[in-house]
Design a protein around this ligand. Structure first.
Ligand code: CP
Ligand code: NVA
Length: 317
């Protein structure tokens, strides 16, 4: 894995697969009660410009379980680019801590932090992408369906940060990704270009949700109105009508279909209550896997024995 994790674009398929293997390994060792303090004496600074439950807790608990410490800093307190420039924050933090996690609005802030920090910078969600979520998602898909290669993953709703990272993670894992979104909410021309030859084959856009859902192995959705888009909520509620995961859509998918949502979910909007609570739903396993995925990311980015852990994980998985 490269030093920073700002987007999944910077990872090779091998590095992504290493992260998954280490996540599986750490999850199993945790279940066996094995304590590993690979990050003893190390601190992760976490800056949050947006609210969080899963990301904050999984990083914080992950650091504790690895023997280190995480410190939470509210975005307003730091004042990125208002109280001080990011390049100064990056250099100050690099003198105190061994890793920086950033949840922010503009993806340019993550890029700027990574450019000036001398410690690893991990993107805990930006308007552009959510790489840590996608790692947990592929871990969950693999656990439940026994493979990732050749699966059809259909994302229903907004072509947003979560969709973008999931699409990239599918490409890295050999799965097919279909975005079922109204034309105005599909991937941008820049996104399409970033997929290169995968666009139109491994990654595609199908405007009709029912057509996209046919034969799906995974039906995935996220909120129609992301953090920071609250002013557009009424318009989005109208624009996304017909793009919800419900029993009708699930019936069109493959018999083994799994229903996923990164959470928080808005029941009655992008997903029905029955779909969240139903037999096909794996949303809480998915949420749990944020912890195991985060620990793999932290371990490979911040510990000194990445090669050894990858080899140990490979030897046992
Ligand atoms: N899925 C996710 O990132 O959740 P939080 O916003 O609660 O961190
Ligand atoms: N797309 C959502 C994801 C929340 C985890 C948002 O950015 O608000």
């Amino acid at each position: 894995m490269s030093r920073h994790l700002t987007t999944l674009d910077e990872l090779s398929a091998q590095e992504f697969s290493d992260l998954l293997a280490v996540a599986v390994y750490l999850k199993r060792r945790r279940a066996q009660g094995i304590v590993e303090h690979a990050l003893a004496g190390k601190t992760l600074a976490m800056i949050f410009e947006k609210p969080s439950l899963r990301t904050r807790l999984s990083f914080e608990v992950g650091m504790t379980e690895l023997g280190g410490t995480a410190t939470y800093i509210r975005g307003e307190e730091v004042g990125m680019n208002t109280r001080e420039p990011i390049k100064d924050i990056a250099r100050v933090l690099s003198r105190y801590v061994q890793g920086i996690m950033l949840r922010t609005f503009s993806h340019a802030n993550v890029v700027e932090m990574a450019r000036h920090a001398t410690v690893p910078v991990i993107n805990g969600l930006s308007d552009a992408c959510h790489p840590c979520q996608a790692l947990a998602d592929l871990l969950t898909i693999h656990e439940h369906l026994g493979e990732t290669r050749g699966l059809k993953v259909v994302f229903v709703g907004d072509g947003n940060n979560v969709a973008r990272s999931l699409a990239r993670a599918c490409v890295l894992s050999g799965a097919t990704f279909v975005l079922a979104a109204p034309a105005a909410y599909a991937f941008s021309a820049e996104d399409v270009a970033s997929f290169g030859p995968a666009w139109g084959s491994a990654v595609s856009h199908v405007p009709d949700a029912a057509a996209a859902a046919r034969g799906a192995d995974v039906l995935y959705t996220d909120v129609w109105t992301s953090m920071g888009q609250e002013a557009e909520r009424e318009t989005r509620l109208k624009d996304f009508r017909g793009y919800a995961i419900d029993q009708r859509l699930i019936a069109l998918a493959a018999p083994r279909v799994k229903v996923m949502h990164c959470l928080p979910a808005h029941r009655g909007e992008e997903i029905s209550d029955a779909a969240v609570e139903g037999a096909q739903s794996i949303v809480f396993d998915q949420a749990e896997n944020r912890l195991h995925a985060q620990k793999a990311i932290l371990r490979l980015a911040m510990a000194d024995d990445a090669e050894r852990v990858i080899a140990a994980a490979r030897a046992t998985t």
